[in-house]
Ligand binder design. Structure first.
Ligand SMILES: NC(=O)c1ccc[n+]([C@@H]2O[C@H](COP(=O)([O-])OP(=O)(O)OC[C@H]3O[C@@H](n4cnc5c(N)ncnc54)[C@H](O)[C@@H]3O)[C@@H](O)[C@H]2O)c1
Length: 334
């Protein structure tokens, strides 16, 4: 079996490749990544040694290039992790998000139809469901929760999801979609909450927190997310959406304090800054469907997982320094 993994140099995709390339030695994996600012070749450099893996530099929106790649490689499965993923950037430049996240998905699905790919899996997000009120802890997102987006990022992801379902219904493309909550773990670009807090705190710089830090996120270890994606790709029912969540709600300020405490840093580093525009209040996922139908379960509990994650960043400070200096952009050419 040959699988195309797009966006494999990013946070979740690189963790996915480390998991599957090692686990399925008799299968082949091709990573396609444009290496945007968020793509870091250092995340996957060590995979070069594996015979069942290769890297291809390219853009999922480039139709001619994508068709040529599919023609040459004859993929059985395509898993689309590639995306513009930072909400703040989507507020500044929505168009790039519409191009990559919607058109890129369309091009990949057209290639899947043209070259008879057996499964297209779209990696999506719980953000397509909008947000939940802070005072209704009984409410969770299920797969039947209506799409109700807040940011250009979540709107682009929701649009892609709708297109995926339309390709299934109209053209019979064999698709699945996973919608996951906030991930934590190694290789996350230091623009997102956890690596930002760690890298600021390491230098005793102020740690910015939006608003009063009361927004709630449902945290899941990236490995648990990826085990879920792999399970859905192999055993999920075609045409279905599966939610994956951490069942672990934390306010942003709780998360920041957890990190500072583990690093023995003062809470005085915390600086509340102007809230993000349209900031979603609370996310919380109901993963009953994937648990019951496919037997998915989480391996990590938050307390151990977050400590392991913080320690990874502390033990890999050269990984962060390389990003800060911009050297990581040269890693592929080297
Ligand atoms: N990070 C989370 O907590 C989270 C939660 C749920 C879902 N997701 C989804 O998971 C996926 C991966 O997220 P992430 O956090 O790893 O993102 P990321 O920003 O770390 O990585 C995205 C990767 O996609 C690549 N890419 C961007 N545009 C491309 C293009 N046009 N062609 C080829 N490659 C391109 C980048 O170079 C990068 O390697 C995204 O689809 C995101 O929406 C993320």
């Amino acid at each position: 079996m040959k699988t195309l993994v797009t966006g494999g140099a990013g946070f979740i995709g690189s963790n996915y490749l480390h998991y599957v390339v090692e686990k399925y030695k008799d299968e082949e994996f091709v990573c396609l990544d444009k290496l945007t600012y968020a793509g870091n070749y250092n995340n996957i450099k060590d995979l070069e040694k594996n015979k069942n893996y290769k890297f291809v530099l390219g853009d999922i929106c480039d139709r001619d290039f994508v068709y040529k790649l599919f023609d040459n490689e004859k993929f059985d499965v395509v898993i689309n992790f590639a995306a513009e993923s930072h909400v703040d950037n989507s507020i500044k430049n929505p168009e790039l998000f519409l191009r990559t996240n919607i058109i890129g998905t369309e091009v990949l699905m057209d290639a899947c139809l043209k070259y008879n790919v057996e499964r297209f899996h779209q990696v999506s997000t719980d953000e397509v469901y909008g947000d939940l009120p802070l005072d209704r802890l009984d409410l969770l997102f299920s797969e039947s929760t209506p799409i109700r987006t807040s940011s250009p990022y979540s709107t682009s992801k929701a649009s892609a999801d709708l297109l995926v379902m339309a390709y299934h219904r109209t053209y019979g493309l064999p698709v699945t979609i996973s919608r996951c909550s906030n991930n934590y773990g190694p290789y996350q670009f230091p623009e997102k909450l956890i690596p930002v807090v760690i890298s600021k705190a390491l230098n005793d710089d102020k740690v910015p927190v939006y608003g009063k830090g009361e927004n709630v996120r449902d945290w899941i270890h990236v490995h648990d997310h990826n085990v879920g994606v792999d399970l859905i790709v192999r055993k999920g029912k075609i045409g279905e959406v599966y939610n994956l969540g951490g069942h672990c709600e934390k306010t942003n300020i709780e998360m920041v304090k957890t990190i500072l405490k583990h690093m023995n840093k003062s809470f005085e580093l915390i600086e509340f800054v102007e809230d993000r525009k349209g900031h979603d209040l609370r996310y919380a996922i109901d993963s009953t469907k994937v648990e019951k139908e496919l037997g998915w379960s989480r391996l990590y509990n938050f307390e151990d997982g977050i400590k392991e994650t913080i320690d990874w960043y502390l033990n890999n400070q050269d990984w962060i320094d390389n990003i800060k200096s911009g050297d990581y952009r040269k890693a592929y050419n080297k």
